[in-house]
Write a protein that binds this ligand. Sequence first.
Ligand code: PMM
Length: 283
Amino acid sequence: MTRPRVMGIVNVTPDSFSDGGLYADAERAVAHGQQLLADGADVLDVGGESTRPGAVRPLMDEELARVIPVITEMAAQGAVVSVDTMRATVAAAALAAGAQIINDVSGGLADPEMLSVLAGSDATYVAMHWRAHAATMADFTDYGPEGVVEGVRRELGERLDVITAAGVDAERVILDPGLGFAKTPAHNWELLAGLASLDALGRPLLVGASRKSFLGRLLADGGRPREVGKREFAHAALVALLAERGVAYLRVHDVRATCDALAVVDALADAETVGGVRQGGLP
Ligand code: PMM
């Protein structure tokens, strides 16, 4: 079992559901990124557009002004930086500023130029399952008779075909089921339970569950979802289970809690393996 890589989230946005406004200026965002690295993040994912349900898109210049100074500084400090954007122009500017990964929640659907920017670079590409922008995605949760797991597998497979047809080596692509994006809470659990069926696509998986509302719903008290900042224990439990299921990347806010959960998984796996042989459990 390989340890998943931890992608720490740096949202340079005034309105993200999970941490909106906390790191909205470059100086605070850089300090936050440094803290995430100190906590054990392998990659920093810098984003300037909130994708929370119903969010209004920022103007392109606004998005550029939010992310580029932070990417420039973090890359200069030696961090592996990912840019969370659906815009080809932002992706290109981020690569020029030192980013190595394009995290496109639309998997290339939102901007027709995205795949040519990708093809002209050597960046890694995270292609997430996506059906519509945040303003309307709640209207696209019907997966018909095939169901959400097969629907996401099929639609992600179609994206992978389009991406490789654009001249991008499949080896550069990481796939993501897109928890919460045109998904109900029940869909998210079904996808997590059915992750193994995405292995058929032959690419590493990234999962972003951190602080999402399906966890808030799970932990609801008297019908009120658990507040965003108090979902980290449930998320850490999920992290351990995802590590055991072979997920390659975890996109998270709470890097320290995530790394602690992964340390537990590692320790147990080491203890189970004696002389290179995995030991059985209790009789
Ligand atoms: N979720 C959000 C933003 N970007 N990127 C990927 N690849 N996967 C996700 O699940 C994902 C993402 C929304 O969460 P946030 O507002 O807390 O960043």
